[in-house]
Write a protein that binds this ligand. Structure first.
Ligand code: SAM
Length: 253
């Protein structure tokens, strides 16, 4: 059986079901491509599993997908993924290929940045538009900015994820990238004085969230990645109050 297993955003998010599969599987691949995992976190996960993990790069997960699935034909093979394994399209291909080859496949959900970041922002999930990723080479392509503009036009909030390769972008990079295209295209996505929400290391013991203007966020020391940004659209009074209170009083995340 192939188990596509969501770790959540830290080892403390592991579900009972995730713990069971990690500890009983014959082999565990850990996806090291779609998120940042430090060695300490990996050591905690390996101790829960009682075994060492095979670190899987993008190449392993894409080019050697068939090999991983065949290994799972007569033993339990886990592919452990930070967050939720099916929250983005990356791992859906593994799931579908296993189904097509007649290898049993199981999905174990994990707590995802796609729900935790909106929750930490205090904005209502159903008022978010399309999630956008700022690419590493953001000067080459305005499409992420255009998607943000579409959300803005509809009055919807935006969750902005940041590219991780060749090295992880940080919140000030994302703001700089958006402001760069704002100056060129003027679609009204972001001004220096607009309120935004920066979130670093959500779900981890050293999680940090800051509500401030885009200009203020440029100067914050965010610490290590992963980072995300939320850009509010039209605000409901309850959302406005949430931002106001968190901005004034801070608060744990
Ligand atoms: C490809 S997404 C990974 C999604 C993952 N499968 C999930 O469901 O959470 C990776 C991006 O999400 C954001 N991200 C992931 N974990 C995060 C965290 N703990 N805190 C802040 N942002 C995070 C970062 O922008 C990172 O580059």
């Amino acid at each position: 059986m192939l188990v596509l297993l969501g770790i959540g955003l830290s080892a403390s998010h592991l579900s009972e079901e995730a713990r069971y599969h990690l500890s009983t599987a014959e082999k565990v691949y850990l996806d090291t491509y779609t998120n940042v995992l430090d060695e300490e976190e990996i050591a905690v996960l390996e101790s829960v599993a009682g075994k060492s993990f095979f670190r899987a790069s993008r190449r392993d997960l894409e080019d050697k997908m068939g090999d991983i699935i065949e290994e799972a034909r007569d033993q339990t093979v886990v592919v452990a993924v930070s967050g939720d394994p099916l929250a983005a399209t990356t791992h859906a291909a593994l799931y579908l290929e296993a189904l097509k080859r007649g290898v049993p496949v199981r999905y174990v959900p994990g707590i995802s940045i796609h729900t935790v970041a909106p929750s930490l922002s205090g904005l209502q999930h159903y008022r978010f538009g399309r999630t956008v990723t700022v690419p590493y080479l953001w000067k080459n392509s305005p499409s992420f900015y255009e998607f943000l503009a579409q959300n803005r036009r509809l009055g919807l909030h935006s969750l902005v994820l940041l590219d991780l390769h060749p090295e992880p972008l940080k919140i000030p990079d994302a703001i700089e990238a958006i402001l760069h295209w704002e100056r060129k295209k003027r679609l009204g996505v972001l001004e220096l004085g607009d309120l935004v929400i920066g979130i670093a290391r959500a779900g981890k013991p050293d999680c940090f969230r800051f509500v401030g203007t885009a200009e203020e966020l440029l100067d914050v020391r965010w610490g290590s990645p992963p980072h995300s940004l939320v850009i509010p659209g039209e605000l409901h009074p309850v959302e406005e109050e949430f931002l106001y209170v968190v901005r004034k009083h801070g608060g744990e995340c």
